[in-house]
Design a protein around this ligand. Structure first.
Ligand code: SF4
Length: 321
């Protein structure tokens, strides 16, 4: 049973210009995207900067009005909620940010930061002190951390505080928006392992957004690859890594560095710039950079479809193999 259902989601932002700031166009940030996520699953969303992955995450959080389509989370539409429904949903759906420093109040101690969120959803009489001690232990920090301010921590420790704040609400789903991309590689794996451990222990569902396929691979059950506001390929993580179909996914995979110096992996260099999301190319959106593009690619947009052998591996390409 899906815990998240996204149907034909579109999110466009108006572009304004001129003296009167009239609308001159639309940024097609997310353009007709559909998928489901099951409880306890991790869906990785990957793509270059500007592909729409962060906007998609924010639509799931109910932070934007949708241009079109529907987002259901825990059987509730995330838009058009009453304020009490929104409060209830906000507890079930939390977010972890790329830069926890920006989302943590520098004037508050860690204890105050955690208490603030905790109080809103805790019942009167709950032992807040014991709960917060348990919480800080769950994310691998010592009790002394509760008395310190955010600037006294390293980047990895600050991300642990961000995670503690997210799980303090006992959510069902966490949207992780580039949670390790600002961290050193050695710290990245520790944070990813912590997220995996918490998922197992608390039965969490993750949407894991990243530009880095090697990071997404470590944590995801399934991966959706986005390009210019569209999902171009979605499949189990192992299928994406071993049998990628879409030329864009193949190019992203070829860019992952391999530790073995003897490896002769061929790297696909993508030509040209990512086209403007205000004016996406007709047909397949990847046609301006695809080495396999034919006339049909410039005319007709390929649908996302399965190749017969694996009905859960969907690709949007006229010629995938
Ligand atoms: Fe390339 Fe054409 Fe496939 Fe698009 S549809 S990825 S342009 S081959």
């Amino acid at each position: 049973m899906p815990i998240i259902e996204v149907k034909n989601l579109k999110k466009y932002f108006p572009v304004t210009g001129g003296v009167f700031l009239r609308r001159t166009g639309w940024v097609h940030a997310v353009d007709d995207v559909s998928f489901t996520v099951n409880k306890g699953e991790t869906l990785g969303i990957v793509g270059e900067s500007g592909c729409g992955k962060t906007t998609l995450g924010r639509c799931l959080m109910g932070l934007y009005d949708l241009t079109q389509g529907e987002v259901m989370v825990c059987n509730q539409r995330v838009t058009k909620l009453s304020s009490s429904q929104r409060r209830n949903l906000a507890a079930k759906l939390q977010m972890i940010f790329q830069d926890p420093f920006e989302s943590l109040d520098p004037r508050q101690t860690v204890r105050q930061i955690l208490e603030e969120k905790y109080r809103i959803h805790r019942q009167a009489g709950a032992d807040l002190g014991a709960d917060i001690l348990k919480l800080i232990d769950q994310v691998g920090l010592l009790p002394e951390a509760l008395l310190k301010y955010p600037h006294e921590f390293s980047g990895g420790q600050r991300q642990r505080i961000g995670i503690a704040r997210a799980i303090s609400m006992e959510p069902d789903i966490i949207v992780c928006d580039e949670p390790v991309s600002a961290l050193d590689v050695s710290v990245q794996s520790k944070i990813l392992n912590l997220l995996l451990e918490l998922q197992k222990r608390l039965g969490l569902t993750y949407i894991f957004i990243s530009h880095d396929l090697s990071v997404v691979r470590h944590i995801s059950d399934r991966i959706a690859v986005m390009y210019l506001g569209k999902i171009v390929e979605i499949a189990a993580a192992s299928s994406i890594y071993n049998q990628a179909h879409h030329p864009y996914t193949k190019a992203l995979l070829s860019a992952i560095p391999i530790a073995d110096p003897g490896s002769h992996k061929k790297r696909t260099i993508l030509k040209g710039e990512v086209p403007s999301v205000e004016n996406p190319p007709p047909g397949c959106r990847f046609n301006t950079r695809c080495e396999y593009a034919k006339n049909i690619c410039r005319r007709t947009e390929p649908p996302l479809f399965a190749n017969g052998k694996d009905s859960s591996h969907l690709t949007a390409c006229h010629f995938f193999s």
